[in-house]
Design a binder for this molecule. Sequence first.
Ligand code: CP
Ligand code: NVA
Length: 299
Amino acid sequence: MKRDYLRVSDFNRDEFNMLLKRAIDLKSGIDFTKCPLIGKSIGMIFEKPSTRTRVSFEVAIYQLGGHPIYLNPKELQLSRGETIKDTAQVMSRYVNGVVVRTFSHKTLEEFAKWATVPVINALTDDHHPCQAMADMMTILEKKGRLHGIKIAYVGDGNNVANSLIEASALTETKIHIATPHGCEPLKEVVENAKKFTEVKIYHDPFETVIDADVIYTDVWLSMGEEDNTEKKNKFKGFQVNSNLLKRAKPDAIVMHCLPAHRGEEITDEVLDGPQSVVLEQAENRLYTEKALLEFLLSL
Ligand code: CP
Ligand code: NVA
């Protein structure tokens, strides 16, 4: 039976934590000669731009012995009205897995429903589960544990926030969110995560970051929302800057999935400062994706 990774909660706690551990081992060079994807091809359909996700997946697939096929949907028959159902069924006859970045999460679910090979979410409007895996790996590396760590997420309750909340539930990391009214993460995600860990929603960043071990932020306007100035205006006072950082623990780390809008959700000083771990966070995408591919393609 094929397994997909459309959202973090597709994995149970043991699976998610095992993958984090495996990613750390892969980074340290353990089993680096193993090529579980030899002779296998992975399709990569990207309907939105990408630097980290695209490059890290292509490199991960190559390093595992496989063959990545990057596909721009504008050049597929999808652009001429071929259905997702037909595309997913046909592609499954050629490739061993598909990585998809698209807008609506429902589109991804439809693709996964008809694909007979594993489907991996490379970002939708609602979830970014590959990012959350690299985020948790980075926190584990930097703090030595996840259980009981406090993450303060300051910003939009978007795809990145939803996945971080689901990952917090699987790792028992506490997550406090500071977001303007109307920009809260998905209710369904929050309510479910509350069964497993501490999830709190605030509207004041200063209150949220007190005693935080991790301060996390993301853009105020995600891909596809760039013209929504009304939404952007709600974020006044939500910038991650040195003044806000002072309220967190002195050894707090600063995270951002990137790309950043410097000077908006985060200042240069903080993003480039000594507490920032954003480059290692980006690097860890490679190792978590390797662990993920190895797991899903060996089932
Ligand atoms: N963080 C992230 O997913 O970056 P890209 O949009 O560059 O892939
Ligand atoms: N929330 C951002 C994340 C980009 C990696 C977006 O969806 O544009």
